[in-house]
Write a protein that binds this ligand. Structure first.
Ligand code: HEM
Length: 329
């Protein structure tokens, strides 16, 4: 009798952890992928559940002398080959590049390290995120889903935005169409801890700043933009003269929030230059090449460690669900 009571208490505790009141029977990360898929009118076999439309290019990352002072990571000591994927938001594989739903834009960077491993940076074109937790992000996406065809006033998404200021700020942040991916700044959003060879650690967030400067289309040019203008332009620029970005690190000060992606640090925070990305090679048959690749913000290397930001920690699991479904088709 006693054993049965203990077993049933253990079972109850395990069940409570795996199935909190707000969840259905799937983990939140899988529910996120399901809702992203529904929102894109999917499943679209063989494509990413988010950032489905993209293009791969290649190049080199050359670190500055300062980078080694921040982190002992091997790519901050000497130059590395990089693989970069630019992308549009949503799981819609043919979304027009200037469509309002195709924002934020994405950049995923894979640094190929000398020992055959790799480390990734996966960033977006907005500084900040609409939700501090995966549960809140799911709440937002589900509210968007439930608003389609809803006659309720306020609609589910209006209700959500009315009670979640960070989500309201994110959706109302202007997201102008860039002239080119080569004129679009990107932001790491999640913080990481960087440790140098003497053991000194700092928290920082990446910024990826185009050397050509930030440049955006006028309203008229945005309305007339060709559906694939960004995808074709970036390949042309990479092949013609090459495209460069500075990789910067915005450093946290004592007391700055490092575990909440909705809290943007002030521009006055010290920002140091880690190096230059030079993209100068197209990838043959990018569509086939990108399918078996999963960029992962937690694919790290010695000298870089994750913060405890719940959004950051949820990402690899959600990406793996999307990756697994992509490979199955
Ligand atoms: C819980 C929050 C998030 C969820 C559920 C989520 C979900 C996803 C999914 C399912 C994919 C497709 C992955 C694949 O199939 O390979 C993806 C890709 C991507 N995500 Fe997220 N994401 C989240 C947060 C973020 C954040 C904070 C950023 C950037 C700061 C970001 C930037 C990107 C980019 C750039 C890609 C495309 C990667 C590529 O080119 O392969 N995501 N996301």
């Amino acid at each position: 009798m006693k054993t049965r009571a203990i077993l049933s208490a253990l079972f109850a505790a395990a069940f409570a952890t795996a199935n909190p009141a707000w969840a259905d029977d799937k983990p939140v990360t899988e529910q996120l992928v399901d809702t992203l898929t529904t929102l894109s009118g999917g499943p679209h076999a063989g494509y990413r559940a988010n950032h489905a439309k993209g293009v791969l290019v290649e190049g080199t990352f050359t670190p500055t002398a300062q980078a080694a002072g921040i982190s002992q990571a091997v790519h901050f000591q000497k130059a590395s080959p990089v693989l970069v994927r630019f992308s549009n938001a949503t799981g819609v594989p043919n979304i027009p590049d200037a469509n309002g739903n195709a924002f934020p834009k994405g950049i995923a960077i894979r640094f190929q390290l000398p020992d055959g491993t790799a480390t990734d940076i996966v960033s977006i074109s907005v500084n900040g995120f609409p939700a501090a937790t995966p549960e809140d992000f799911l709440g937002l996406l589900n509210a968007v889903r439930d608003s389609a065809g809803s006659t309720a006033k306020p609609s589910p998404v209006e209700q959500f935005l009315g009670t979640h200021p960070a989500a309201l700020k994110f959706v109302t942040t202007p997201k102008p169409a860039p002239v080119s991916f080569a004129t679009q700044p990107f932001f790491g959003v999640n913080a990481f801890a960087f440790t140098n060879a003497t053991g000194k650690s700092v928290y920082g967030r990446y910024q990826i700043v185009p050397v050509a400067g930030a440049q955006y289309l006028s309203k008229e040019a945005t309305d007339k933009a060709a559906p694939d203008y960004l995808m074709t332009d970036i390949v042309e620029r990479v092949q013609a003269k090459g495209v460069q970005y500075k990789l910067l690190l915005q450093l946290a000060e004592q007391g700055d929030e490092v575990n909440n992606a909705t809290v943007v640090w002030p521009d006055s925070r010290k920002t140091i230059e880690l190096g230059t990305l030079t993209l100068n090679k197209a990838v043959a048959d990018s569509k086939a090449a990108e399918k078996p690749i999963m960029f992962n913000p937690l694919q790290l290397t010695d000298g870089i460690a994750p913060s405890q930001d719940p959004i950051l920690l949820a990402r690899p699991t959600a990406y793996a669900v999307s990756f697994g479904r992509r490979l199955a088709h």
